[in-house]
Design a binder for this molecule. Structure first.
Ligand code: MEV
Length: 316
């Protein structure tokens, strides 16, 4: 049994989404995590992750490891006293700790593949894959909003609001496909630390941070309207406005600022960091091939490690 899950970008509203403001995210399907599950001859559950140099037996492993936690989530959800003998091999070409959701994608791919192998169709649905991935994200990221697991499990652009008793998860029309460059600073950064730092700032200066989160929420709502109307100029402007608020939230970095400035100087319609920030990836909106070439060159000249292009379209 084989299953995969995509990387993701946050178009609008990272961090503020943890505090109940709307955010927009989209899958990046050309980078993926893949899990292959096969039965084995009495070894128990063996997990092999060549990219992480890992090869271990579930029962002998550190039980706080994310892949172990993933298998335990499946075991609990399936109500199994023991998991059958399985070898789970995981590969990913999503760079880790770079804002592209590599952890959530690996977890989602493993859940889908193991559930498929065990014939547990219910656990392989988008809703369950997302929910179980969220449980694993909680162990490793503290207070995740739920947007990463949602976008990698559903593999659709989503408008997301964290709320009780159920999050709002809406798909929306993308009137004109959005052409985005995704550029990596090459700096690895922990989501848990960035989210924890924002929380400390919010606790120390609640009025200022609530205002920043409100600003991000208004931008995300306006961006949805602009995306539905195909107004790429407005979308770009809103991205750059969102970046200004993220700088104030302390989650940008000199490397991200340099790439955002280079993209804007080269004519991008808008640019911002994407994900938890402090490093990782930024995104720049371009209108056509000519603009794409100019912005790509500028990003590489400003020390981007990799630049990939992704197009966001409506999906059903
Ligand atoms: C990380 O991709 C997005 C954050 O808003 C954290 C979260 O939503 O869980 C920084």
């Amino acid at each position: 049994m084989i299953a995969s899950a995509p990387g993701k970008i946050i178009l609008f509203g990272e961090h503020a989404v943890v505090y109940g403001r709307p955010a927009i995210a989209a899958p990046v399907s050309q980078v993926r995590a893949t899990a292959v599950v096969t039965p084995n001859e009495g070894e128990g559950v063996r997990i092999i992750a060549p990219d992480l140099d890992a090869d271990f037996l579930l029962d002998e492993a550190d039980q706080s490891d994310a892949l172990v936690a993933t298998m335990r989530q499946i075991q609990t959800a399936a109500g199994l006293a023991r998991l059958p003998n399985l070898t789970v091999t995981v590969r990913s070409d999503i760079p880790i700790a770079s804002g592209l959701g590599s952890g959530a994608a690996i977890t989602a791919a493993v859940i889908r593949a193991v559930a498929g192998q065990l014939g547990l169709a219910r656990l392989a649905t988008d809703e369950w894959v997302s929910g179980l991935t969220y449980e694993v994200e909680k162990i490793h990221h503290g207070t995740p909003s739920g947007i990463d697991n949602t976008v990698v499990a559903y593999e659709k652009p989503v408008y997301f609001v964290r709320q009780q008793p159920r999050n709002i998860i809406e798909t929306f029309k993308v009137k004109r496909p959005l052409r985005l460059l995704v550029a990596d600073t090459g700096v690895r950064s922990s989501t848990k630390i960035a989210v924890g730092d924002v929380r400390r700032h919010w606790e120390a200066a609640p009025i200022q941070f609530e205002a920043l989160f409100d600003g991000c929420g208004r931008i995300a709502a306006a961006a949805r309207t602009a995306i539905e109307a195909g107004d790429v100029t407005a979308i770009g402007r809103l991205m750059t406005e969102n970046q200004r608020l993220l700088v104030e939230m302390t989650v940008s970095s000199p490397e991200l600022d340099a790439l955002v400035a280079a993209a804007l100087r080269a004519g991008a319609l808008g640019a911002k960091l994407s994900g938890a920030g402090r490093g990782g990836n930024m995104i720049a909106l371009v209108e056509d091939e000519e603009m794409e070439t100019a912005v790509r060159q500028a990003l590489l000249a400003a020390n981007a490690h990799t630049v990939l292009t992704t197009t966001i379209k409506s999906r059903n």
